[in-house]
Design a protein around this ligand. Structure first.
Ligand code: ADP
Length: 223
């Protein structure tokens, strides 16, 4: 089983993906996280990605694919996985099909209104240490500026700065949104309303996954 989450920046892919992971046990793979980690660790792909990250555009396909290929080789992906932030353009979708084409696939497009997106992006704070996500408007940490999970100091992501938001939106509209037609034509796309809470967004997604797991005789993985 492969679950792909599509949605504009700050539509909630990361938070919803995390809840799917908790519910079903499939690992959640965020290419944004993989890229930031590679940059932090100064790996060869990380050094290549560094100059391209945080500009509002996409990082080169070969860098992202290199990181993803490595991650999918991990045994925890054997039974299935959740993709957050990949594919982001048609050529990545085709590469994914070539890399691991045999899996059952479900694609969810999380749809969120413009005003909600702006509020989420401007309020988002991330933990640089454990990648937990907070929001100063809607999901405040217990202690201001401090991660509830690991106690590190929270930061605003470099690319969440207001001046980069138009470029990120434009990248989504021109490069990623066409994937909804690609997956729609395959009959595996479900559109979900992402304007509410994470739990509200999750509910219809779970119904679809449960149905699919029932069809394929799949099981929830025990974490
Ligand atoms: P968001 O979805 O909120 O923009 P991510 O953490 O998913 O944030 O991604 C951050 C940045 O990393 C993106 O703006 C882009 O530059 C880069 N990136 C992430 N995933 C990909 C991908 N699949 N292909 C190309 N670039 C990517």
């Amino acid at each position: 089983m492969r679950i792909i989450l599509l949605g504009a920046p700050a539509s909630g892919k990361g938070s919803v993906g995390e809840r799917i992971r908790e519910e079903y046990g499939f690992p959640k793979i965020s290419t944004g996280d993989l890229l930031r980690e590679a940059v932090r660790k100064k790996t060869s792909l990380g050094l290549k990605a560094e100059t391209q990250l945080g500009k509002g555009g996409l990082v080169d396909d070969d860098i992202v694919l290199g990181l993803l290929r490595e991650r999918l080789g991990n045994p925890d992906c054997h039974a299935g996985y959740i993709l957050d932030g990949f594919p982001r353009n048609l050529s990545q979708a085709q590469s994914l099909a070539a890399l691991d084409g045999q899996r059952r696939e479900l694609v969810f497009e999380i749809q969120v209104r413009e005003d909600v997106l702006v509020k989420r992006i401007s309020g988002r704070r991330i933990c640089p240490s454990c990648e937990a996500i907070f929001n100063i408007h809607t999901k405040r940490p217990r202690r201001e500026g401090i991660c509830d999970v690991c106690g590190a100091k929270l930061l605003q992501r470099n690319d969440d700065r207001a001046e980069l938001i138009p470029a990120r939106k434009e990248t989504y509209r021109t490069k990623t949104e066409p994937l909804t037609s690609y997956y729609g034509e395959k009959g595996i796309l479900c559109k979900v309303d992402g304007n509410g809470t994470v739990e509200e967004t999750l509910r219809p997604i779970k119904t679809v996954i449960d149905e699919e797991l029932g069809k394929t005789g799949g099981k929830r993985i025990q974490l």
